[in-house]
Design a protein around this ligand. Structure first.
Ligand code: F6R
Length: 613
């Protein structure tokens, strides 16, 4: 949801670094891009609708070369269509200040009216431009950019991460956050800011994650942070352990494909160092994962969005059945407005790849305010959700760049499974032997995952995807713990190939969706060899009887035998079958999108991290 970068380097070569940073952050939004630099000639802004390549064309004249200070932005439109004039950076009337923004200024209409009444002509449709004018006005008065930003933000309601530069006697770069993420890093010769640690990592591993309300003034070797009331604050840097190369494509044509292939390793990273097989238990760090809290637990309230919600649904089956604790799963955007009632001893569990999704964060905060104990399953160390949780399970999936989430999903399900086992052990529902058997299953799943990514298995999915890519529509069916996998398969397909796909509980098909079945309609059925396989078999027969074509994904031999197309998945204990069954569905979505010529890593209208409501 918009990417922000900024750099201040003594050697006067900031433009290339800004473009490199924007390239890394383009996954956050990609409908326009822009940069602003300050040098002895003043402030220069270049911005362009379209992908980053358009902006690169715009600046290749070299006119911005030599500047030491600059900010950049890649946009996901909220206010105003993606045009040149709505692209960031925006400037104030005097052309002294340039500003980039991620988030939403909720009182922008009021601020806009006030500026218009004062004779300011607004040149864009964005909520951001008012901020540039406010900072410009305060700068005329305060003389110091950080102070001007601080004063301007006092007037602002909403959520923002911003970066600002100004020309003047002492050129400077300032950034601030309230809501969306922002981190900074300094070295002796430079200072960097970014809305994702990925933009900082090529320059330094020591990263400061700003807190809500922080205003930071950056210069080579220096970072000065003030709070909204003007008092100074200290923030210790965190050391980032993984490399920037981990975020590269590594020879794959798309990030999504690379991330699908990483899943066996991700499973190992999420799980293996935490398994205590002697005790048949899981070693998590954090008070909320102790026997004391888990044995008193009365309810788990999961809130999440999109793919993370599907991981939450799978987790709910595991926790309820293994640990005997009731679990509610809500779309975070619904939870926050439904006046929820929580019982005492509730664990509020936010599940999120980014740890910054606005709805999930708001749901976590609401549940905390209602007395629940906040926790998160998350991929982003230093994210707001992790910081606001009493305990977290970091899924260690590494950077996920493809907008369609894949490896984070598998890692979340694995984390959910381990939490279910831990809770079951804490409550005495299972003994060490049973715990060990369940956890050993994780080790067995890794080679099975690998087998699904062997060349012949992948080619088989490609063939089926190519035969079905033009179907009238797609229905995805699953039962029990694999019902969320049907939802996830349908979501992946819609997201990246723009075809209509619906996920449904298989038993619910006869209550409506069966009317869709006709020749030319493809139905993907998830069919593990489990206690509901027979029921799934009848669902397959019902689809076939109406002329629909069935693609069966799973391990049940009878279901595979009657389907028109079969994608066999190795059998595993029923708890972890979702981790395997999702893989052919991810690949199916990938190959349909590829055949249709879609932009797989940057699907239209989407953004990786949804930090607005
Ligand atoms: C789907 C997808 C989205 C995210 C959702 C939540 O492929 O990526 O549905 O799962 O926006 O994002 P996080 O997990 O960052 O909270």
């Amino acid at each position: 949801m918009c990417g922000i970068v900024g750099g201040f380097r003594r050697d006067g070569a900031v433009v290339d670094s800004l473009v490199d940073g924007l390239r890394v952050l383009e996954y956050r939004g990609y409908d326009s891009a822009g940069v602003a630099v300050v040098d002895e000639r003043g402030l220069t802004v270049r911005r362009k609708a379209g992908r980053l390549a358009e902006l690169e064309g715009e600046i290749k004249d070299g006119a911005l070369n030599g500047a030491s200070i600059g900010i950049g932005h890649t946009r996901w439109a909220t206010h105003g269509p993606p045009t040149d004039r709505n692209a960031h950076p925006h400037t104030d009337v005097a052309g002294r200040v340039a500003l980039v923004h991620n988030g939403i200024i909720e009182n922008y209409l009021e601020l806009r009216d006030e500026l218009t009444a004062a004779g300011v002509e607004l040149l864009s449709d964005t909520d951001t431009e008012v901020l540039a004018h406010l900072v410009g006005r305060e700068l005329a008065d305060a003389g110091d950019l950080a102070e001007a930003v601080r004063r301007a933000l006092v007037r602002v309601e909403g959520y923002y991460a911003i970066a600002v530069v100004a020309r003047g006697a002492e050129a400077s770069m300032v950034c601030a956050r309230h809501g969306p993420p922002l981190c900074v890093g300094v070295t002796d010769d430079a200072a960097w800011l970014g809305s994702d640690v990925l933009a900082i990592l090529p320059h330094t591993r020591e990263v400061i994650f700003l807190e809500d309300g922080d205003v930071a003034e950056l210069g080579p070797g220096s970072v000065r942070i003030v709070r909204p009331d003007g008092t100074a604050a200290e923030r210790a840097p965190k050391t980032i352990e993984w490399d920037a190369e981990d975020a590269g494509k590594g020879g794959y044509p798309h990030y999504m494909l690379k991330e699908i292939y990483e899943q066996p390793d991700v499973l190992a990273q999420t799980a293996f160092s935490r398994l205590d097989l002697d005790r048949g238990d899981v070693a998590f760090e954090g008070d909320l994962w102790d026997d004391e809290f888990l044995s008193r637990l009365e309810r788990v309230q999961i809130a999440a969005c999109g793919t993370a919600l599907h991981a939450g649904l799978v987790t709910s089956y595991m926790i309820e059945r293994l640990a005997g604790v009731p679990v509610d799963v809500d779309y975070a955007s619904e939870f926050r407005y439904r006046d929820p009632v929580l019982v005492p001893n509730t664990l509020a569990l936010a599940i999120s790849q980014s740890g910054e999704t606005a709805d999930t964060l708001a749901a976590l905060r609401l549940a905390t305010a209602l007395g629940a104990r906040p926790a998160t399953i998350c991929n982003s160390i230093g994210s707001t959700m992790v910081r606001e949780s009493e305990s977290s399970i970091l899924i260690e999936a590494g950077p996920e760049i493809g907008v369609a989430s894949t490896k984070a999903f598998v890692a979340m399900v694995v984390a959910g499974y381990m939490l279910a086992v831990r809770t079951a052990r804490a409550r005495g529902r299972i003994d060490a032997d049973a715990g060990r058997t369940l956890l050993e299953e994780l080790r067995l799943v890794r080679p099975r995952l690998e087998s699904l990514l062997a060349d012949d298995a992948v080619e088989r999915v490609r063939g089926i995807a190519e035969r079905h890519h033009d179907a009238k529509g797609f229905l995805f069916l699953g039962r029990g713990i694999n019902y969320p996998i049907a939802l996830e398969g349908a979501l992946k397909l819609k997201e990246i190939s723009y075809v209509h796909a619906e996920g449904y509980p298989a038993g619910e098909m006869k209550h409506g969706p069966i009317a869709l079945i006709e020749p030319g309609m493809s139905t993907l059925v998830v069919a593990p060899h489990d206690d509901v396989a027979e029921k799934v078999l009848s669902n397959i027969e019902q689809v076939k009887a109406r002329g629909g074509e069935v693609i069966c994904v799973g391990s049940d031999p009878d279901c595979l035998a009657v389907a028109d197309e079969a994608l066999e998945v190795p059998h595993t204990g029923s708890w972890l079958s979702p981790v395997l069954n999702v893989v052919p569905l991810q690949l199916f979505a990938y190959f349909v999108a590829l055949k249709k010529g879609c932009d797989i890593d940057k699907p239209r209208n989407l953004a990786k991290s949804v930090t607005v409501e």
